[in-house]
Design a binder for this molecule. Structure first.
Ligand code: MN
Ligand code: MN
Length: 294
């Protein structure tokens, strides 16, 4: 479990996320480009620390894992826009997400999802079985006539590891593992009018280094060294490589993926292509749970 000093850094990273979130909300408008939004949010994050992962902006039936591509031309319209990001200070990452419904047609699903998060956070206490949190999320969302997404979940967070060990389910999956005092967890209910399952969609701008292997191409070697030094095994955006190395950098990145050195993530889409809403906070497990990212 983190020491008191470590918790203080985490609280600082959480406070920073909360400040960045206020700013990020002002950027979500019809006509805005998602590359521009991601660039601006990441720039704001660097005022406090580093991004825990590339800013993800998932629209409508896209549920998660969508960082804008380097050449993404998407402009926001009457969309449901989910922004997922985190600030990491000294390797202590936070993770938070919010949804803005530019269509204005999903007020009750927005409320149900926010309520599911609030209710779940109340249960982030020492000794709690994680399936009880899942049951509460499921119950809160289905009571309002929507479905939680069952194959996406929250997670424990540790230093340098955003998705550490424990999963925090969005339905009662029977996992009776208990929360311990001072654990850091991300709770992230997703809800949909669809089936409540996600599958892989198209490629996204999210990447990470998975296995260091020798590579013959000199430029690819240069890019690999840069990735190792800057991001190690943490997720990074193809856009960041493009901004620094241009198209040659992107070509090398493709080569590194082909060699199984770097993984390119797919966006996750709701299988019935129905809209998805997400809210997420990073929480410190206590008798009185502490929300770090709010
Ligand atoms: Mn997240
Ligand atoms: Mn998360």
């Amino acid at each position: 479990m983190p020491t008191k000093q470590e918790l203080d850094i985490w609280r600082k990273a959480g406070k920073a996320s909360s400040e960045v979130k206020k700013y990020a909300k002002t950027l979500i408008k019809k006509g805005a480009s998602i590359v521009d939004i991601a660039d601006k949010i990441e720039k704001e994050i660097y005022k406090y620390g580093k991004p825990s992962f590339p800013v993800n902006i998932a629209i409508n039936e896209k549920a998660a894992h969508y960082a804008p591509l380097y050449n993404d031309k998407t402009i926001l319209a009457d969309d449901i826009v989910k922004v997922d990001f985190g600030v990491s200070i000294d390797g202590y990452p936070t993770d938070t997400a919010f949804t803005i419904d530019l269509s204005g047609k999903n007020a009750s699903m927005m409320r149900a999802t926010e309520k599911a998060l609030q209710e779940a956070i109340k249960l982030a206490t020492p000794g709690r079985k994680v399936c009880e949190i899942g049951r509460k999320v499921h119950e809160t969302i289905t009571q309002q006539g929507f479905s939680p997404i069952r194959n996406l979940s929250g997670h424990e967070i540790q230093r340098y590891t955003l998705h550490a060990g424990l999963s925090i389910p969005n339905y009662d999956n029977g996992n009776e593992t208990i929360l311990e005092e001072n654990m850091i967890i991300a709770i992230e209910p997703f809800s949909t009018t669809g089936t409540g399952i996600v599958k892989d969609g198209k490629e996204s701008g999210d990447y990470s280094l998975i296995e260091k292997k020798p590579v013959r191409d000199a430029n690819a070697r240069k890019i690999l060294e840069f990735i190792e030094k800057e991001y190690s095994t943490l997720p990074f955006a193809g856009r960041w490589i493009y901004n620094k190395f241009g198209l040659r950098g992107m070509n090398s990145l493709r080569l590194l993926c082909e060699h199984g050195i770097v993984k390119n993530y797919n966006e996750l889409i709701e299988i019935s292509k129905k809209p998805v809403i997400q809210f997420e906070n990073t929480v410190l497990v206590k008798d009185k749970p502490e929300i770090l990212t709010e």
